[in-house]
Structure formats: C-alpha cells, structure tokens
Design a protein around this ligand. Structure first.
Ligand code: DGL
Length: 265
C-alpha cells in the first residue's frame, strides 16, 4: 500500500519532521500544508487557535483524503489532538515536546525546553514534565521570536547571531553547581537552526529533536515497514493556506524533499 500523508504545520518547521518521514518511507505520497495565514501560532490564545485548526483541518482532510495526518507542530499538537480525533476517523500523529528522552539522556538533570509561548503554557507540557522529568530541574523557555527567525533564515534572509543567542540563553542555567546539558527542541522550526544554535550556545549541550521518533510512529500507526534502501521518493506537493507563492529559497528547500508548490483549492 502507498501511504497518503498530510503533514501540517504553521510554517516550514514541519519539514524537519517530513525529512525523517522521507528517510523512512520515501514511497509515501505527501501533501505538506503550511498555515502561513495563521503563522506564528506561538502567540495565539488556546481557544481561537484550536477552533482555527479544527476548521482548517476539516477542509484539508476533505481536499487531500489522507490515510493519516501528521501534526508537525508542537504548538498545535499540545492543544488540538483530542478534538481532531473526535471529529475524524483517520489517525493523527502529533509532535509533542521530547521531555521524556531528554530527561533520560541528561546527566546533570538540568534540562532546557525551547518552545513557543503557546507550547510552554500548555497543561500538556506541564504534565509531560511531571510524568517524565520529576527528577530533573526543567527550564521552560517560550520564545515568540525563534520560529519567525527560522522562517527568515529559510527564506534566505540574514539573521544576527545575537538575535538567536538572546532567545536561547535563558535555557542555559546552573542549579546547585550543575549546568544544563540537554535541550529539547520543542518547536519543529528549531532543528533547521541547529548549526546556528550550536554556534551561539554558551556551552555545548545535547539537542533533542523528536522527528526521527515521530517518523517511526507514523510507520507503526499505519502498520508499515520501513521502505527498503533505494526506493524512489514519491512526488509530493506543498501548499500555503494564504494562497501566496512560495519564496524562491523555500522552493529550493521543498525540492530537496520531493515537494512541488501547489494550491489547496
Ligand atoms: N512549528 C511550530 C511548533 O512546532 C510553531 C511555530 C509557530 O509559532 O507557529 O510549535
């Protein structure tokens, strides 16, 4: 069976999840939708954001008829998975902060979580910390700027190191002589900044990106095995909810993942 997947984010960040899905299941037919009309999700109030995504998802599912939807956005997944699952019979695979693996990997037991302000505030995130990182000191850092900075970089704009450093610095702390040694990238935009993050970090840390685990989850939910080596990448399409054209630098990035610009309607 060829899987038909809808991969969804507010912007280009979800491509960090899509990249891993492509590695494990290149044969999947993928429609990638970036809700640029609603970007950034990080500062939305929970109620309006939930209503917005639920309504939009109804239209997208009708349009693309996917076998499963990957919500490649922490800000959305920590909020809308329950109402989406109630309304639609197909599986939804979410992306939520990788707090459990980070707590397991940390030697100092001082863990940073970089996220949007929305993800930082969610009960879902607090529950993950309570359930899986009770032994750790967890510093949650909500940034309104980092996802837009990632978007700017991926459009080919210049962004100062100082601007990136200012956003991540609060995650680097020292508690009882022990320093942050592990940081969760709890926004799908951030893995695209990894080289810049490493360059401006006050000291080296382990960065935890859940994308690979999410791709494995997609396979397990659909009861699919990994594609054998050499399977060609199926053509995919990438749409913006605003209906605007993708920027040239974005089109080049989409092409790396076998995606061509398309319209939703
Ligand atoms: N990529 C989204 C996430 O994982 C958030 C970006 C935004 O603020 O819209 O949370």
């Amino acid at each position: 069976m060829t899987a038909r997947l809808l991969v969804f984010d507010s912007g280009i960040g979800g491509l960090s999840v899509l990249r891993e899905i492509r590695r494990q299941l290149p044969s999947a037919e993928i429609a990638y939708v970036a809700d640029d009309a609603g970007f950034p999700y990080g500062d939305w109030e929970a109620g309006p954001l939930s209503d917005h995504i639920v309504a939009l998802m109804g239209r997208l599912i009708e349009r693309f008829a996917p076998d499963a939807v990957v919500i490649a956005c922490n800000t959305a997944s920590t909020l809308v998975l329950p109402p989406l699952r109630t309304r639609h019979a197909i599986p939804f695979i979410g992306t939520v902060p990788a707090i459990k693996p980070a707590a397991e990997r940390s030697n100092s037991h001082v863990v940073g979580v970089l996220a949007t302000p929305g993800t930082m505030k969610r009960d879902y995130t607090r529950e993950l910390i309570k359930s899986f990182a009770s032994e750790c000191h967890v510093r949650l850092v909500g940034s309104s700027e980092l996802a837009p900075l990632a978007e700017a970089i991926m459009r080919g704009d210049a962004v100062d190191d100082a601007a990136i450093r200012a956003e991540i610095e609060p995650a680097f702390i020292e508690v009882d002589g022990k320093r942050t040694d592990t940081i969760v990238l709890a926004c799908t935009h951030y893995p695209f900044l990894i080289e810049r993050l490493e360059a401006v970090a006050p000291w080296p840390v382990t960065w935890v990106d859940p994308a690979e685990a999410i791709a494995r989850r997609v396979l397990s939910v659909l009861s699919l095995a990994r594609d054998p080596a050499g399977v060609a990448m199926a053509a995919g399409q990438a749409c913006l909810t605003s209906g605007k054209p993708w920027a040239q630098a974005q089109v080049r990035l989409l092409a790396q993942f076998g995606l061509s610009p398309a319209q939703i309607a």
